[in-house]
Design a protein around this ligand. Structure first.
Ligand SMILES: [Zn+2]
Length: 432
């Protein structure tokens, strides 16, 4: 078996080449990879053995994308409740890494992303960042949920990266980090849009200038037009959005010409109109992803619960790559929480629910500076330990002073217009 480093290198070289492939070649590659994966799923994965039998689907007859709609869609709820059946009998041979995620939906999932899928994801991600001007030699500032012990930030010389723990994001700590940024002068910034925006606002409030980067890459939450413009004004450089998931079965990246592309050499993407199985070739629909690599736990036709809008003219991007153009990622839109000690927490909060066994959906509603209600929709797996695990992880972010009340509810609170945000602010810290 290839060593991990060799796998990464192989993936890296692959993605450098495949971005120049013709559309026909990309699609032939997808068909080939899908055939292999679906036959494997039919043999080795208990969930798919049963599913294929029950819908009368013979994996040996599978020809490629044209046959994909014969396989039913897979939703998060099925992954949550039938996880063990989705793990291949021979999963171990692919190298197992467990991932925990709540995405931005507040539904905790534990799943396996095997070594090959990890390598492919890292390589495809690296290529996307290169489109924005990144290189391994470039000094980078990364604002993320790092859980740095006993410090707010750290510099990792090997990777040339200054890391700032977004759980510690508040004014006094941000000002220290801004001083560090101004000393090191990283040329590449990355983080959640909300966090990067707050970071720049703290500098603005104090009349301090931040040493400007060449580019900013954002990910982890929806980048609204409003946020993009605000980030452009703050950092005076190109903003590049990136969208992916822990499940490693979708990827969208922004190229040098600031167009979003479906990364079709990493996953097979479909866009489906709500509640129908018809392929919506144009326009808005839910993004459905099939990762091409994860043999330990294949997730086929996985519903992301995120809507995207595909470009309707089908025009080629000036970058020359044959990846479809996405007009807009709709995604989730949540408010943010302000803690009594002045920290501001956005979509990063959803990680607090990652260990909540038996939680089907969740939501945080802040109605006072020192009080939040946590609404949980649960099933029979939920018990006292689940609540303790969530409370422990919430405390890490919210601190001691925040009062937290848990409520088991039949359904979550909706915003006007029908959306169900993970964070709902009743003290005016609303989504922009
Ligand atoms: Zn392009």
């Amino acid at each position: 078996m290839l060593s991990i480093a060799a796998k990464y290198l192989k993936s890296y070289l692959f993605y450098q080449k495949s971005q120049r492939w013709s559309r026909d070649r990309i699609e032939a590659h997808q068909d080939e990879m899908l055939k292999r994966l679906i036959r494997h799923a039919g043999k080795q994965v208990p969930y798919y053995r049963r599913l294929f039998r029950s819908v009368g689907f013979d994996p040996e007859s599978f020809r490629g994308r044209e046959d994909l709609t014969r396989i039913p869609l897979l939703d998060k709820e099925t992954v949550r409740t039938r996880r063990d059946e989705l793990i291949a009998d021979n999963a171990r041979s692919y190298g197992i890494t467990w991932e925990s995620t709540s995405g931005s939906t507040g539904t905790p999932l534990h799943l396996i992303v095997d070594r090959g899928a990890q390598a492919a994801k890292l390589a495809a991600l690296l290529r996307s960042y290169q489109w924005a001007g990144y290189s391994l030699r470039k000094k980078t500032f990364s604002l993320q949920s790092y859980y740095i012990e006993n410090a707010d930030f750290e510099y990792k010389p090997v990777f040339n990266v200054l890391r700032y723990d977004s759980n510690k994001l508040r004014k006094d700590s941000a000002l220290k980090v801004i001083a560090e940024v101004n000393r090191i002068k990283p040329k590449f910034f990355m983080g959640f849009p909300f966090d990067l925006l707050m970071f720049s606002r703290f500098a603005l409030d104090e009349g301090i200038e931040i040493a400007l980067p060449d580019a900013v890459v954002t990910y982890g939450e929806t980048l609204s037009e409003h946020k993009r413009e605000a980030l452009k004004r703050a950092y005076k450089c190109g903003i590049f959005d990136f969208y992916s998931n822990h499940e490693a079965n979708v990827m969208i990246a922004e190229c040098e010409h600031h167009r979003l592309h479906l990364i079709d050499d990493f996953a097979l993407h479909e866009v489906i109109e709500a509640y129908s199985d018809n392929l919506a070739n144009n326009g808005r629909g839910e993004l459905i992803g099939t990762g091409l690599y994860n043999y330990a736990m294949p997730l086929i036709r996985y519903r992301t619960r995120d809507d995207i809008v595909l470009s309707d003219d089908g025009a080629r991007c000036p970058c020359g790559r044959n990846f479809p153009v996405v007009e807009q990622i709709i995604g989730k839109q949540c408010d943010y929480i302000e803690t009594p000690d002045g920290r501001l927490l956005g979509a990063v909060m959803s990680h607090s629910i990652d260990n909540g066994r038996g939680v089907v959906m969740s939501q945080c509603i802040q109605d006072a500076l020192d009080h939040i209600d946590v609404n949980l929709v649960v099933d029979n797996q939920y018990n006292e330990n689940s609540q303790q695990a969530i409370e422990r992880d919430l405390r890490k972010r919210l601190g001691r002073e925040m009062r937290i009340d848990f409520h088991i509810v039949p359904q979550l609170v909706k915003r006007d217009g029908g959306k169900t945000p993970f964070i709902l602010s009743k003290i005016g810290r609303t989504y922009v």
